[in-house]
Design a protein around this ligand. Structure first.
Ligand code: XMP
Length: 508
């Protein structure tokens, strides 16, 4: 399989670069610069290397550097931003700090001919974000792009297949950025594009058929996209040797538990154990109002429940997890590896006895996981599911949790989601919250004193920051009217107009 190495020097766009490469059906992997040697790079037979950006200045003592030998390894390289300056520095060019400050944002750029700039207009817009720049290109290199402020917006040594761009071709603000990357990948590195999700499925299934044979595999299925895809993929390889445990803590959305059971147990024929543990979870949550305590109790109870069920199965050889690529990528800066354990099953390895861990999706980005899910014909409701917190509706019920409150929230939430979807309104995540505020209302001729439902809808790319969604008034109006009419005990509906920050997406 063809591979491109994204050599990470601490840039903020390293994942984006890898995704852009993969959009071209070429496998890309990210490695921190200090975790891979030139020898390993040669052994792994990468078709090309991309040096990422980074926050440093090449002349700083603490700045990340790399073995010069890489420039002579005969492997095409594209340096981006800091990566461009580093390439120039390694080949004895001159870097300087701009006297009149940084060049930042959308900038007009002028290209000349090269393999990298093939078939793109001579003038367009690029996205710049730098203070240092390449003042003098190294011997053997030529300038192939300039801006009004930057004498070397791009350079190359075509004989050695070394290219460098000061701007960021991976961000959408750069017009023709995708074409530049394509020119590098196909024109310079001579890739064919063999990273395809149907081939990934075939390869993975064949491999597991071979390596797992009669081993018993256990998976915690939550109904989230990662664990669902993981389950169906493994089932294709080993059939009934895969057992999925689905712990239904009673805090799922309306009808969700039944839907998971119907889809995976009946439709896909998975060996699925649904544990109806609502009572057990609710008992533990009596009198608990503090959000972190709720989360902790549910997390622990989840593990206990899973453990008890797993013990009933007997010997398990392999524990499968839905870990995906962003969970395992290490940062190029600093020596401490920040590897995040998967949130849905974090903690499980400590309590289950097994011989090995299997992570079939560990090299896939989220959009690739979804593509695999679609190819496996998993229903859209799972493949395109919006994020749902592990503790479920517990963090959307303010104050103490009771069965009545869960039912009321499930109804209100289901109405809001249906109205929003029916109207085709745009939001990345949307749900209802049951607050602990009561207020006076009037229904018929009688006074009511019911609870308040808050509606939350946000737009976001990454869920780390979010904007409240500007939903049409008609959607809000219909949702409000239906909730107060159809859900008993609700006398008021409000819409949350806080972005993140300062608020978070969830209320607890
Ligand atoms: P916050 O509330 O922190 O949420 O702004 C950001 C995103 O993460 C989701 N979320 C969770 N997902 N387990 C999860 O798998 C959790 O415990 C959890 N808590 C919040 C939230 O829905 C939003 O999309």
């Amino acid at each position: 399989m063809e591979k491109i190495l994204v050599l990470d020097f601490g840039g903020q766009y390293n994942q984006l670069i890898a995704r852009r490469v993969r959009e071209n059906q070429i496998y890309a992997e990210i490695k921190p610069y200090h975790k891979i040697s030139v020898r390993e790079i040669r052994e792994k037979q990468y078709k090309g290397i991309i040096f990422t950006g980074g926050p440093n200045s090449v002349y700083d003592e603490s700045s990340p550097h790399y073995d010069k030998e890489i420039l002579e390894a005969g492997i095409p390289i594209l340096g981006i931003c800091y990566g461009a300056q580093l390439m120039a520095y390694m080949a004895d060019g001159v870097i300087e700090s701009a006297k009149d400050g940084s060049e930042y944002g959308k900038t007009k750029i002028y290209y000349t001919e090269s393999k990298l700039t093939e078939n793109i207009p001579k003038e367009s817009i690029c996205f710049m974000s730098h203070t240092d720049y390449i003042k003098t290109v190294p011997a053997g290199f030529k300038v192939i792009a300039t801006t009004d402020n930057c004498p070397t917006a791009a350079m190359c040594n075509e004989e050695k297949a070394l290219y460098a761009v000061q701007f960021h071709p991976e961000v959408t603000h750069t017009e023709y950025g995708k074409e530049i990357l394509k020119n590098f990948l196909f024109g310079v590195c001579k890739c064919q594009g063999d990273w395809k999700m149907d081939e990934f499925i075939e390869r993975t299934v064949a491999e597991y058929k071979n390596t797992l044979k009669d081993k018993k595999v256990l998976l915690a299925l939550s109904g989230g996209v990662d664990s669902s895809v993981c389950a169906v993929l493994l089932h294709k390889a080993i059939g009934s040797n895969l057992t999925c445990i689905f712990v239904d803590h009673g805090l799922l959305r309306k009808d969700e538990g039944d839907f998971v059971e119907k889809t995976f147990g009946k439709q896909f024929g998975l060996n699925l154990i649904r544990v109806n543990a609502e009572e057990r979870f609710l008992k533990k949550l009596i009198g608990v109002t503090e959000p972190e305590q709720k989360r902790k109790i549910i997390g622990e109870e989840f593990i206990r429940t899973f453990e008890e069920e797993a013990k009933k199965i007997g010997k398990v050889h392999v524990l499968a997890q839905g870990t995906i690529y962003p969970d395992i990528i290490e940062s190029g800066l600093g020596d401490s590896a920040t590897i995040k354990s998967h949130h849905n099953v974090g903690g499980l390895p400590d309590v289950i006895a097994f011989d090995e861990i299997l992570e079939p999706l560990r090299y896939l980005f989220k959009d690739e996981v979804r593509e695999v899910g679609e190819k496996l014909q998993i229903p859209k409701e799972f493949v395109w599911r919006q994020p749902f917190p592990g503790p479920g509706l517990a963090v959307r019920i303010i104050g103490e949790i009771t069965k009545e409150k869960i039912t009321a929230l499930q109804e209100a939430d289901s109405i809001f989601r249906a109205e929003l979807e029916q109207a085709g309104a745009k939001a990345n995540q949307y749900f209802a919250v049951l607050t602990d505020t009561r207020s006076v209302g009037v229904m018929g001729d009688a006074r009511t004193y019911g609870v308040t439902i808050a509606l939350r809808a946000v737009t976001t790319d990454d869920f780390m920051t979010a904007e409240w969604a500007r939903l049409p008034y008609t959607v809000l109006e219909r949702a409000s009217a239906r909730i107060t009419n159809e859900v008993g005990g609700v006398s008021r509906v409000v819409y949350d107009i806080t972005s993140k920050p300062p608020a978070t997406v969830e209320w607890e």
